[in-house]
Design a protein around this ligand. Structure first.
Ligand code: UD1
Ligand code: UDP
Length: 381
């Protein structure tokens, strides 16, 4: 019997770790699964825990309004120390690149518990973009004993950093496992906030923004560009589930509140959000996860950032990196809305990030490494 503890704290981590936790729980005779959440996010974490019916064994409840990186790191570290001392797991799993991820890895290292890094090896090569995620994932990668890289390219990034090849597993991204369980063609939107969206007669642009480096002026530019688009092109509507960060909300309210055909709504539960994505015409976002999900739904994505650690879908042609300059955002969005050929060239469904079996591969790799009861899983290609 091995004890595996999953540590996570934000919305994207729970979406992407839920399939792994549920898969681990299938192996009740060989794995004891513990879930410890920092709750770096509160409401946005609980929304997804509820959907996937995951009840954390430990909840550090660290979130504070307007928290700093210092707050998150120190509170998570102190809370995790106690949990690790009490549970003494054989392996800690962390996900991706948030500050919870890094704190989870560092706390495990201090307690000399090996770490498995899910979604390992993503890199932009710029430690300030995205900030602090690029450094969080690099430091987590230095600590990890096992690296679950979503793509071959992520594995190559790790090998360039001299990570031992045997410790790297190419698994696909678990976000596609979650997405495949969630999107349904006959999905009926029960959310009040989506009732007034005219999916039938208008083209829906889905917008999300939250990156720290986009707070303030870059977000203002984005919103002004999109305000002009909706003014000019009658058959468009914007649906914008606004992140709970008060710094995001301030600029959103200043630039977009009260405008026709712009729906500013609360963050959606994952189920309605994923189905909204699949009914949208176009996605504009600075999110990491949405860059992975939308291509597999055949939705063109304009990425509101200057760098991406997810070049696979850019290469496949469904994602374009456009930055945050007002004129560029306006021109690129208008181009896709007015040039049918350009739109259709970007709207091919591609699956560079996963096939829905990533969590199975990860659990097989864990059993292979820790119990020897399974063979090494085949790589996701
Ligand atoms: C965090 C991660 C980022 C990830 C993003 C996903 C870090 C440093 N940042 O950024 O990598 O892409 O989550 O969304 O790890 N808030 C609430 N309720 C919630 C969530 C947030 O009120 O459920 C508010 C709080 O005021 C909080 C603020 O949002 O202080 C910012 O949250 P924080 O986790 O620090 O940063 P994010 O921008 O969410
Ligand atoms: N998402 C959601 N509800 C929303 C907006 C996003 O469930 O209102 C999901 C989305 O499908 C994706 C994840 O949240 O799986 C992305 O989270 P976010 O953009 O906050 O973080 P990132 O991926 O950039 O770290």
């Amino acid at each position: 019997m091995i004890k595996v503890m999953a540590v996570f704290g934000t919305r994207p981590e729970v979406i992407k770790m839920a399939p792994v936790v549920l898969e681990l729980k299938k192996h009740v005779h060989s794995v004891e699964t513990i879930v410890a959440v920092t709750a770096q996010h509160r409401q946005m974490l609980d929304q997804v825990l509820h959907l996937f019916k995951i009840k954390p064994d430990y909840d550090l409840d660290i979130m504070a309004q307007g928290q700093t990186l210092f707050d998150i790191t120190s509170r998570a570290m102190m809370g995790l120390k106690e949990v690790l001392e009490r549970e003494k797991p054989d392996l800690v799993l962390v996900h991706g690149d948030t500050t919870t991820t890094f704190a989870g890895a560092l706390a495990s290292y201090y307690e000399q518990v090996p770490v498995g890094h899910v979604e390992a090896g993503l890199r932009t090569g710029d430690i300030y973009s995205p900030f602090p995620e690029e450094m969080n994932r690099k430091l987590t990668g230095s600590i990890a004993a096992f690296h679950f890289a979503p793509t071959m390219r992520a594995k190559e990034n790790l090998l360039r950093e001299n990570v031992n090849e045997r410790s790297v597993y190419v698994t696909g991204n678990t976000v596609i496992d979650a997405l495949m369980k969630t999107v349904r063609h006959d999905y009926d939107f029960a959310d009040e906030s989506l009732r007034s969206v005219d999916f039938e007669h208008r083209r829906v642009i889905l917008l999300t923004t939250h990156r720290r480096e986009n707070l303030g002026e870059p977000m203002r530019h984005i919103y002004r560009a999109l305000r002009s688009i909706v003014n000019e092109i009658d058959d468009t509507e914007i649906v914008f589930p606004v992140h709970r960060n008060p710094l995001v909300r301030k600029v959103v309210n200043e630039e977009l509140a009260g405008l026709d055909r712009i729906h500013l709504i609360e963050p959606l539960d994952y189920e309605p959000f994923a189905n909204l994505m699949s009914r949208s015409y176009l996605v504009l976002t600075d999110s990491g996860g949405i860059q992975e999900e939308a291509p597999s739904l055949g939705k063109p994505v304009l990425v509101l950032r200057n760098t991406t650690e997810r070049p696979e879908a850019v290469k496949a042609g469904t994602v374009a990196l456009i930055g945050t300059e007002k004129d560029v955002v306006y021109n690129m969005t208008k181009h896709l809305l007015t040039d049918a050929a350009a739109y259709s060239a970007m709207s091919n469904a591609v699956n560079p990030y996963g096939d829905g079996k990533s969590s199975e591969r990860i659990v097989q790799a864990i059993l292979h490494e820790l119990t020897g009861s399974r063979s090494r899983p085949d790589e996701f290609l």
